[in-house]
Design a protein. Structure first.
Length: 261
């Protein structure tokens, strides 16, 4: 199932999407397999797999530590794509990584590897929409969604460019700064949802990430008009703790999914 089909299915059931981020290879590739299946059992609608990069400029301390653990365990693009191919899950997979890795591997090769391994979408936080023509062309050719980010500081005219170029879903950054769990939802996050809808008139789903970690926060985001929420650091904290990880991951996923129904 691709991302568009998943969001269409959820819309018919009047459900928000729960998109779960983990870093592939943290703490080991075998652990990642078990964690992904726990997320699916708990009700995650899309799995976002981080392909670790040594300079993750969009990520806060929690996910930076996760990336370091994965790199120390030997994770690299070859192992990543083999791991993704082995998962055999019924939900869409998305890769989140940085442009240096994609450029080094070769744009078309990277996209082809996504297709072969069952990955439906690509998120590249450090790729501006204005510089994305090459990767976007290969994504369109091979049917892979290229997902762009819109931040609270994005100018309205750029929002239109991003909405026109992106597919799958638009990643709305909940607040200025890097990834990481927060105790509250910024008022600007709620107004950003309305601003993007009004400015772009896009029909592409909107998913909000960066700082969403609790069921109450997830519920508030969906009630504000988003189509999905992206949760990462809350899962990564459980993985870092290394105690009953699959069970606790599944439990948190169920709680978050219940909040977005």
């Amino acid at each position: 199932m691709n991302i568009e089909d998943k969001f269409t299915e959820l819309k018919t059931r009047n459900e928000g999407a729960l998109i779960a981020y983990i870093c592939a290879g943290d703490p080991t590739p075998d652990d990642t397999v078990a964690i992904v299946h726990a997320l699916v059992r708990g009700g995650a609608d899309v799995i976002e797999l981080g392909l670790p990069f040594s300079d993750p400029i969009a990520d806060g301390p929690t996910i930076q530590a996760s990336i370091e653990r994965a790199l120390d365990a030997g994770m690299n693009p070859d192992i990543f794509f083999d791991l993704a191919h082995s998962l055999d899950v019924s939900v869409p997979l998305v890769v989140m990584t940085y442009y240096n890795i994609i450029f080094k591997r070769g744009l078309e090769r990277f996209v082809r590897d996504c297709v072969k391994s069952g990955i439906s979408g690509i998120i590249v936080p450090d790729l501006p929409v204005e510089e994305s023509d090459g990767l976007a062309t290969h994504c369109r050719t091979h049917g892979v969604d290229l997902i762009f980010l819109i931040a609270p500081t994005t100018y309205p005219e750029r929002m239109g460019k991003i909405a026109d170029r992106g597919s799958g879903f638009i990643y709305l950054v909940a607040r200025i700064g890097v990834t990481g769990a927060r105790d509250d939802i910024a008022e600007s996050t709620l107004s950003l949802i309305d601003l993007v809808r009004g400015t772009t008139q896009t029909t592409t789903p909107l998913a909000v990430g960066f700082g969403i970690s609790t069921p109450d926060q997830a519920s508030a985001i969906i009630k504000a008009g988003a189509d999905g929420v992206i949760v990462g650091s809350a899962f990564v904290n459980i993985i870092a703790d290394r105690v009953n990880v699959p069970e606790r991951i599944e439990e948190l996923t169920r709680e978050l999914k219940s909040a977005v129904l």
